[in-house]
Ligand binder design. Structure first.
Ligand code: 1GP
Length: 248
């Protein structure tokens, strides 16, 4: 059943069309830096903060960063785990995701089973998400042993997206990989959009307003930006990105 954070996300999408989430890698960032980035992205009108990282293994560090971020923002703070170490009791919710095109059962169901009781114990709102890697997928493609769907094969994406739908996942994330040269191609996003009834998230390689606009126009409900936030003075570009995707 959908909880309060999911309801808030749905409301934002209804109000603005496509919205933007900022993803902060919890690994190797100071709490001062994380707090500073979050304050600035909030000024740029992003709608949510994701915390995680495909190689983030330090759960204590994640919790430390989560508390620092929570203390400076009223935006939803959502965990985006790459492994069982991606769980903190102090976030608002967690994307409970299965890497659908992994070749390794651990990333499809075993990590999820190992983490499930902890999520219950922490009373975290779990939002079911099908995570699909498109192309090589950068670090997550490698770590998650994903068999990346070729960028020119929307027919294969169609199968996975429909499978996610039929398994009851309310979110699908099309991931090109953090810091990759090119984002998920519009025809792949259009195909996913035409078949998936839930919230469609697209991330990886989005660094400019024109790229963000192409992704939004193809049908993404949420775009995720991360690497851009590591640059000094990202604010101007991020404002343009949010402006390019939102209706208002
Ligand atoms: C990675 O999709 C996200 O999981 C964000 O990608 O770092 O390329 O913005 P970037």
């Amino acid at each position: 059943m959908a909880g309060a954070i999911e309801a808030k996300i749905r409301e934002e999408i209804q109000k603005h069309g496509t919205i933007c989430f900022a993803l902060i890698d919890s690994e190797g960032i100071t709490k001062e830096k994380a707090a500073d980035v979050v304050k600035r992205v909030e000024q740029c009108k992003v709608s949510g903060i994701l915390l995680g990282g495909s190689t983030a293994v330090d759960q204590l560090e994640l919790d430390y960063i989560t508390r620092a971020v929570k203390s400076v923002t009223s935006l939803p703070v959502i965990l985006f785990p790459g492994n069982i170490t991606g769980i903190s009791p102090n976030a608002d919710a967690i994307f409970f995701s299965s890497l659908l095109n992994s070749d390794e059962p651990y990333f499809i169901i075993q990590a999820q089973a190992l983490g499930a009781l902890l999520i219950k114990k922490y009373s975290l709102e779990a939002m079911p998400m099908g995570y699909i890697v498109i192309g090589a997928g950068g670090t997550i493609g490698f770590i998650g042993r994903a068999r990346g769907i070729p960028q020119d094969k929307p027919g294969i994406v169609a199968m996975y997206v429909l499978a996610a739908q039929y398994m009851g996942m309310r979110f699908v994330y099309l991931e090109a990989g953090s810091g990759v040269i090119s984002h998920v191609p519009p025809n792949i996003i259009r195909t996913a959009r035409s078949l998936f009834d839930g919230i469609l998230i697209v991330g990886g390689g989005i660094r400019s307003a024109s790229e963000a606009k192409a992704v939004a126009e193809a049908g993404a409900d949420i775009i995720v930006v991360s690497t851009l936030l590591e640059k000094d003075g990202f604010d101007g570009t991020l404002k343009e990105i949010v402006k390019a995707v939102r209706r208002d």
